[in-house]
Design a protein around this ligand. Structure first.
Ligand code: CTP
Length: 211
């Protein structure tokens, strides 16, 4: 099957040398891409800036900003059977991007931000994607209620709920402990394990989703 995966953080420019970003390492998305490719799927991995090698037999597309990632997803969407959105896309970007490096002057500097496109939230409408859709929910509070809301709101078949409040799991960590929330109401708590082991389990569950 044709699998599209987003991974890593995005960077939103303030000026030519500064940006807003987050702590995502991209490891979960890269592990998923490697596992899916090893199962014979045709995998396209759209990734923000990370320092990870490209898994074997994966087509990798490097992007920087949320807008670049959205455009790459649109470009690659034709014929996709499974879309997995593991990227930690910036929700906001600076409203004005300075052409030159901003020189320090005043004691304070306020940067106005505007919303980026919700890529996962655009898949059903306006992008009309009607195949298997998988999202992640990174939360620091009310994990399951918030993740259930994302599942419904973004039209996902599966959401992988991830508590990112601790220091030892989730963002920028080798291990992950998650709860799987399926569209049909099923829930599965998955104990702490490496992101590579989790990728194997996730591919099993995603391959078993029937539309
Ligand atoms: N996502 C996306 N585009 C965005 C923001 C998020 O595609 N601009 C996707 C992520 O890849 C993830 C899911 O949406 O699969 C949830 O991301 P998360 O950061 O947990 O939630 P948000 O939608 O950003 O909502 P909030 O910030 O309110 O928690």
């Amino acid at each position: 099957m044709k699998v599209l995966i987003t991974a890593g953080p995005t960077r939103e420019a303030i000026d030519p040398v500064r940006y807003l970003s987050n702590r995502s390492s991209g490891r979960m998305g890269f592990a998923l891409a490697g596992e899916a490719a090893s199962r014979g799927h045709e995998v396209t991995l759209i990734t923000g800036p990370v320092s990870l090698p490209t898994p074997a037999n994966v087509k990798r597309i490097d992007v920087v900003s949320a807008e670049d990632m959205y455009r790459a997803v649109i470009d690659q969407l034709e014929g996709v059977d499974i879309a997995i959105h593991s990227a930690a896309v910036a929700d906001y970007r600076p409203k004005d991007v300075h052409d030159e490096k901003v020189k320090k002057a005043a004691e304070e500097w306020t940067v106005a931000l505007e919303r980026t496109t919700d890529i996962l939230g655009s898949m059903r409408d306006p992008l009309n994607y009607d195949r298997i859709l998988v999202g992640f929910a990174a939360e620091t509070e009310n994990l399951l209620p918030n993740a259930r809301m994302k599942l419904a709101k973004k039209g996902c078949d599966l959401v992988i709920a991830n508590d990112v409040s601790g220091l030892d799991i989730g963002f920028d960590q080798p291990d992950n402990e998650v709860t799987l929330l399926f569209k049909d109401g099923r829930e599965e708590a998955v104990p702490k394990q490496t992101k590579e082991a989790l990728a194997t389990l996730l591919c099993d569950r995603i391959e078993s989703i029937s539309l």
